[in-house]
Design a protein around this ligand. Structure first.
Ligand code: ATP
Ligand code: MG
Ligand code: MG
Length: 377
């Protein structure tokens, strides 16, 4: 079968690697240039996008911010999974909030700002600590502004005045004093079969994911059940096919949905070594109408992002259970360059391995690693 992925970054690359043993031929689309590219070599292939769509059995996405005109053509072919609605919900925080509200799924208190005048008195309504998120095109914390006191508002108003809020609203969210960030990844196929991974615990720095630990330490059955219920209601409502990621905040034992990603997700990379079937394979199985794979997992696994650096030796590979994935991108500040996966026999063992890794890696690029190690010891 031929699978065409919109987006030609690391997620398409890892789908390609997972697809090869299943005899699934994965190609990618560079959506900016509308060209077809090899997902690993990144070379432009001779076929036109139209030809590649015709040749494909399945069309899917590796990110939600695909230009709408391309998505409409993809949907028209009848081959797009997940469906257009699911991708549009993931790409637009206003649609996302409407979906959550319609299903009565808990999320952060918020207001949708379509007019600058709505900022008047907002601190009285949401409190002074607010996170303002552009409804479209944000990722890794880009397209966000934060206020810590009411005195920050005039400057934010200045910035927002220059934006077309009627066209692209801003979602103003009350900052949530969460205990921790978690994510639930799962897959659903056409016959309605659902599998989920254990909740992962995620550490962010400046709005960007740094590490994921799975299963999340101190994960109760009740919390996993809560997450499964949220996942199932969302996936069924959307008639979702593929891997869906649900980003969550845990607050007072309750899960609040932060956002949805209609695709494989950075916080699921640990599954490449820590689970029976990784997220990339399960996504391909789902969109290719194959039975889903078991998400059985070991006692403790982690993923550590390598962000904005490429100058280190790979000698950390001498640590058992440590694996490395490089995305082959040019280095840029705050850019995700690759990741390290770690599997361990226990959280204490995982913490030890984090400690070992810190001896090999320039720690300024991994600011949260040792804090995570302390937390799970
Ligand atoms: P991603 O790369 O995951 O797509 P994004 O740019 O879409 O990120 P969010 O996930 O909405 O943005 O926010 C990024 C991070 O900012 C969150 O993971 C969390 O750490 C923090 N954050 C977002 N919203 C809130 C909130 N309401 N309260 C507290 N922290 C928040
Ligand atoms: Mg996002
Ligand atoms: Mg996010």
């Amino acid at each position: 079968m031929n699978v065409l992925v919109y987006g030609a970054g690391q997620l398409a690359q890892m789908m390609y690697l997972a697809g090869a043993p299943l005899n699934l031929n994965v190609l990618a689309v560079d959506v900016a240039n509308k060209t077809v590219v090899h997902p690993v070599e990144k070379t432009v292939l001779p076929q036109s996008l139209e030809q590649a769509i015709n040749d494909a059995d399945v069309l899917t996405v590796e990110f939600e911010h695909v230009p709408e005109e391309l998505l409409l053509v993809a949907e028209e072919s009848g081959k797009l999974s997940p469906n257009l609605q699911s991708i549009l919900v993931g790409a637009d925080r206003v649609r996302e909030k409407h979906l959550l509200e319609s299903l009565n799924i808990a999320n952060c208190e918020h207001e949708i700002i379509t007019d600058i005048a709505q900022l008047d008195g907002i601190c009285e309504r949401l409190g002074e600590k607010i996170i303002f998120k552009s409804s479209r095109d944000g990722y890794d914390g880009y397209g966000q502004w934060r206020s810590s006191t009411a005195a920050d508002l005039p400057e934010l108003k200045n910035i927002f005045t220059k934006l077309d809020l009627h066209k692209v609203p801003i979602v103003a969210e009350k900052m949530c004093p969460f205990t921790r960030e978690l994510s639930l990844l799962g897959a659903r196929n056409e016959s309605g079969e659902i599998v989920v991974y254990p909740l992962a615990q995620n550490t962010h720095h400046e709005g960007q994911l740094h590490t994921s630990i799975a299963p999340a330490p101190l994960l109760s059955e009740a919390l996993q059940a809560q997450a499964l219920d949220i996942f199932t209601r969302l996936a069924e409502k959307l008639e979702y096919v593929g891997v869906l990621a649900v980003e969550l905040f845990e607050h007072d034992g309750v899960l609040l949905v932060n956002e949805l990603a209609p695709r494989v997700h950075n916080s699921g990379h640990w599954s490449m070594h820590g689970a029976d079937t990784c997220q990339f394979e399960n996504h391909l199985r789902a969109v290719c109408a194959l039975p889903l794979g078991s998400t059985e997992h070991g006692p403790a696994a982690a993923m550590i992002n390598i962000i904005g650096c490429n100058t280190f030796s790979k000698n950390f590979l001498s640590i058992s259970g440590v694996h490395f994935h490089w995305y082959g991108k040019t280095v840029r500040e705050k850019r995700k360059m690759g990741h390290i996966n770690v599997t361990a026999n226990s959280y204490a063992d995982l913490a030890d391995k984090f400690g070992n890794l810190s001896e090999y890696l320039p720690m300024e690029f991994f600011p949260k690693l040792l804090a995570d190690a302390d937390r799970i010891k």
